[in-house]
Design a protein around this ligand. Structure first.
Ligand code: E4P
Length: 266
C-alpha cells in the first residue's frame, strides 16, 4: 500500500515524507490561510491580477492550487493530485478545458504531466471527460466516488486512479440507519474492498486509492489496497498506535551477536 498525504500543508508533507499527495480546494484554503505561505500565494497571483476582474477568481483558484501542488512536488517522489473547481462537474467541455489549463500551468513551471493527477468528480460527465483526457495523456484521479457502479464506469474509461470516499459513505449510512459500525462492517470499508477485489479479478489497471478516512480502524482494515490517502492527524494517530508494536518488533529482532574477537578465535 502506498501512503499518500491528504493535505495542502507543505510543512506536514516535509515532516511525514509520503510518496504521493492529494489536495482539494478546502485543503488548499486551509493551508493558504496560514501566514507562512503568503509569499507563495503572492507569486501565484501576480499574473492573475493582470486579468479582467470577472476572470480573476477562477484563475486565482487554479493558480494557487497549482502553486501549492508544485511546491509539494519538491518534497515527494511521486505524484500530486490537484482538484480545482467542482462547479464544472456536470460539464464535459468545461472539465476538459480546466484539466488542460492545469496541466499547462504545471508544464510552465517545468513539471511533467506524468507527476500530476487531475482530480475530477465521478459524475457521468466527469467520467466521460476523464476518458478523453486519458486518451490525450492527461492522467485523472476520479474523486468523489461513492459506489461500485461509478468504479466500474471509471475503470472502463481507463482512468488512472479512483478515490472511493470511505468516510462519506460511512456518514451517509450512519445517518440513514442510525447504526454504529465496526471496521469490519463499515460500509465505506466494505465498498472499497468490493471495488478492489473486482478490479483485480477482472484485471483493471485503474489504481484504487481509499480516501476520506474518519478513523485509523478504517485505514487498518484497508491495508493492502493500492494506495490510501490520509490526512496528517490520522497519519500521526497511526504512528502513535504503531509505536508499541514497532518497539516490540525491534526488541525481538535484536539477536545477541558474537563479538569479532570471538569469531576470530573460533
Ligand atoms: C481525497 O482526495 C479527499 O481530499 C479527502 O479524502 C476528502 O475527505 P473528506 O470526506 O474528509 O472531505
Amino acid at each position: 500500500t502506498t501512503v499518500v498525504a491528504d493535505t495542502g500543508d507543505i510543512d506536514s508533507i516535509i515532516r511525514l515524507k509520503p510518496v504521493d499527495a492529494t489536495t482539494n480546494p478546502s485543503l488548499i484554503l486551509k493551508a493558504a490561510s496560514t501566514p507562512q505561505y503568503a509569499e507563495l500565494i503572492d507569486q501565484a497571483l501576480a499574473a492573475v491580477k493582470q486579468l479582467p476582474a470577472s476572470a480573476q477568481l477562477p484563475a486565482a483558484l487554479e493558480a494557487v492550487s497549482v502553486a501549492f501542488g508544485a511546491e509539494i512536488l519538491k518534497h515527494i517522489p511521486g505524484v500530486i493530485s490537484t482538484e480545482v473547481d467542482a462547479r464544472y462537474s456536470f460539464d464535459i467541455a468545461a472539465t476538459l478545458a480546466q484539466a488542460r489549463r492545469v496541466i499547462a500551468q504545471y508544464r510552465a513551471l517545468g513539471i511533467s504531466r506524468d507527476r500530476v493527477l487531475v482530480k475530477i468528480a465521478s459524475t457521468w460527465e466527469g467520467i466521460c471527460a476523464a476518458r478523453l483526457l486519458e486518451q490525450e495523456g492527461i492522467r485523472c484521479n476520479l474523486t468523489l466516488l461513492f459506489s461500485f457502479t461509478q468504479a466500474q464506469a471509471a475503470a472502463e474509461a481507463k482512468a488512472t486512479l479512483i478515490s472511493p470516499f470511505v468516510g462519506r459513505i460511512l456518514d451517509w449510512y450512519a445517518a440513514k440507519t442510525g447504526e454504529t459500525y465496526t471496521s469490519e462492517t463499515d460500509p465505506g470499508v466494505c465498498s472499497v474492498k468490493a471495488i478492489y477485489e473486482y478490479y483485480k479479478a477482472v484485471g483493471h489497471d485503474t489504481i484504487v486509492m481509499g480516501a476520506s478516512f474518519r478513523n485509523t480502524g478504517e485505514i487498518r482494515a484497508l491495508a493492502g489496497c493500492d494506495k490510501l490517502t490520509i490526512g496528517p492527524a490520522l497519519l500521526d494517530a497511526l504512528a502513535k498506535e504503531s509505536e508499541p508494536l514497532t518497539a516490540q518488533l525491534t526488541a525481538e529482532s535484536i539477536v545477541p551477536r558474537p563479538r569479532l574477537a570471538e569469531l576470530t578465535e573460533a
